[in-house]
Structures are given as structure tokens and as C-alpha cells.
Ligand binder design. Structure first.
Ligand SMILES: [Zn+2]
Ligand SMILES: [Zn+2]
Length: 326
């Protein structure tokens, strides 16, 4: 499924099967999750996309060919391909353990072709060996929704107990399971009067769920905003207590309205989360061994990608949408 012009639907096309370079593996895609970031790329809100582009950065696939310099993977291994597709290893961020901020980074399904395809290639150094139990379509959303959600969660001070999740989709439904297992109390915020998503949140382990306009029954210690709605930043600042953190987990957000300094006072903070490091990925996969998670996924065929994207845009997907290649 190819993006030729931002703002237009993807086109179902025959393209050549890509061959791996020395550091790449060729992958037969099993499944690729549909992420909100894909919408931002396709709609042109993220402006650096390579064109034409095959989107998709939540890939589970089987290795079919290996470049000459690749170590650690063999043909038939099941791998996961995340958003972070390449870093330079030389800039000040790479040299200080912050490769997520690399000045020369490349991103799967954005500046590199991704997984809305039957085959793709990926730099083996950025792929993950998927553990047993996470090798099929339900594991696809773990590669971004799970991973970025986990990075957002790790930014929160460990003593925080009451955690608000704003926007209850793919990331929140995975993270709730981990937070709950660690003794946190999860407060889920959905679109106003979206009772279906609120029930879903409660089923996933949230202790309370309501529209994002509602005030939670207890003060929050931290908030993670997954919805791309800037007005949630001052709202979340109202919901947290002193020294509370507001973490913005998405790559794009509408403008944040002006707010009084009083909302930030008391050492409250607002922080964005950008991309991921490979270390985040390894830590997350390790966490899954301690607290297994179950994703809720709705499956689509590759040629139905536009339909899946439209349902995601309308908030009609409970959990995560996944394209499953046959
Ligand atoms: Zn770098
Ligand atoms: Zn994503």
C-alpha cells in the first residue's frame, strides 16, 4: 500500500520485492499494526516523509534473506521491526545513550519503507528477535503502541501511584496491563460520552474511566497523553498534584492553548516523548516476560489499509488495528 501524495488514500500496487543491503534483512511481513502516526504521515502533518512511501512501523515478520554483514539473525527467525530504523552512532545524542534523538535518524514507514507490504527490508541492528508468545499478528501493536507507551511510562517517577491515560487506544490498553500489575491505579480518559471505550478501559484494568472533560475522583501523580489533542495538556495539568508529570506520548498534537502559570506551579512538568531507543525495546520485551500482556486487535487485509486508517481516525477501533498478510 503506497502513499504517493499526502492527503490522498494509499494505493494498492505491485512493487518489486526489495533486496537487503549488507546490513539489512529481508522480511516476509506477517502482520503490521496501524498506528496513529501513520495517519499523521498520510495526512501530511509530518512533513518529511519519503515519497512514494510504504507506511507501517509495527511489523512482525519472518526473515527470508540476510545481508552479508548481518549477525544475530537467521533465515526463518521471527522479528519485530519498530519505528526507529537507523541512527548514525556519531552525533552527540547517539554518543550519550539518546539515539532516539539522533540528528540523522531514519524511521520505518516514514523516511524508510515500512510494513504495509508483503515484503520489506530493515537494518538488522534495529530489529528485535520476538520472544515466544509474541510472534503473530496480535504482537504487532507492541512494536510501537507498546514500546512508545512503555517509554512514556518509564519517564514517570517510580513512586507515582495514580496515573491518568488520556486517549484509550492501542498504547493505553497495553500499558494499563503493565501499570496495573505494578500496583498502579489507572484512570482512563476517552472522548466525551464514548462509553464503549470507557468500558473497554475498565475491562483492561483501569480503576476509573470517563470522558476527558471529567475530573478524576482522586488527584493524579502523573498523566500520559496519547490523544493528539493539545487542549488535553492544560486539562491534565489540572488533574495532577504538585510535582506531577504530564507526558505527551504522541509524535504530533494540535496546538496547546495558553494556560495560567499557576497550572505549572508546584514543580509540575510537561514533557514530550520522541521515538525510542533500542534499549527501550529490549527493556520492554524483558518486561513482557515478567508481566505478559494481551492485545485486543481488529484484523484487516493489506488491501483494506485505507479502511483501517479511517476507522482509527474516527476512534472506532477498540484496541489496535492490524493488517494481516496472507
Ligand atoms: Zn546520531
Ligand atoms: Zn507508531
Amino acid at each position: 500500500m503506497v502513499l504517493e501524495i499526502p492527503g490522498q488514500p494509499l494505493k494498492y500496487q505491485q512493487v518489486d520485492i526489495p533486496l537487503p543491503t549488507a546490513v539489512q534483512i529481508q522480511i516476509k511481513v506477517i502482520a503490521c499494526g496501524v498506528c496513529r502516526t501513520d495517519l499523521h504521515v498520510i495526512d501530511g502533518e509530518l512533513t518529511q516523509a519519503r515519497l512514494p512511501l510504504i507506511p507501517g512501523h509495527e511489523v512482525i515478520g519472518r526473515v527470508t534473506m540476510i545481508g552479508g554483514e548481518v549477525s544475530g539473525f537467521q533465515v526463518n527467525d521471527i522479528v519485530g521491526v519498530p519505528w526507529l530504523g537507523y541512527t548514525c552512532g556519531e552525533c552527540k545524542f547517539c554518543r550519550s545513550g539518546r539515539e532516539n534523538l539522533c540528528d540523522n535518524g531514519l524511521f520505518t514507514g516514514y523516511t524508510l519503507d515500512g510494513g504495509y507490504a508483503e515484503y520489506m527490508v530493515a537494518d538488522a541492528r534495529f530489529c528485535f528477535a520476538m520472544p515466544e508468545g509474541y510472534r503473530g499478528a496480535p504482537a504487532a501493536p507492541l512494536l510501537c503502541a507498546g514500546l512508545i507507551g512503555f517509554r512514556s511510562y518509564r519517564m514517570i517517577r517510580p513512586e507515582a501511584r495514580n496515573i491518568g491515560l488520556y486517549g484509550f487506544g492501542a498504547a493505553a490498553h497495553i500499558l494499563t496491563q503493565i501499570a496495573k500489575a505494578q500496583g498502579k491505579q489507572v484512570f482512563a480518559f476517552t472522548r466525551e460520552s464514548d462509553t464503549k471505550s470507557q468500558l473497554f478501559a475498565l475491562r483492561m484494568g483501569a480503576g476509573w474511566a470517563a470522558g476527558s472533560n471529567e475530573t478524576p475522583p482522586e488527584q493524579l501523580d502523573a498523566a500520559i497523553i496519547f490523544a493528539p489533542a493539545g487542549e488535553l495538556v492544560p486539562k491534565a495539568l489540572k488533574d495532577i498534584g504538585k510535582a506531577g508529570q504530564v507526558i505527551c506520548g504522541g509524535i504530533h498534537m494540535s496546538d496547546i492553548p495558553a494556560f495560567s502559570y499557576e497550572l505549572l506551579w508546584g514543580e509540575r512538568s510537561v514533557q514530550s516523548i520522541a521515538n525510542l531507543t533500542r534499549e527501550d525495546g529490549h527493556a520492554f520485551l524483558k518486561q513482557l516476560q515478567i508481566t505478559p500482556v494481551k492485545t485486543q486487535t481488529t484484523h484487516f487485509q493489506l488491501s483494506e489499509a485505507n479502511e483501517a486508517l479511517n476507522l482509527l481516525r474516527k476512534g472506532k477501533i477498540a484496541g489496535a488495528a492490524v493488517l494481516v498478510m496472507v
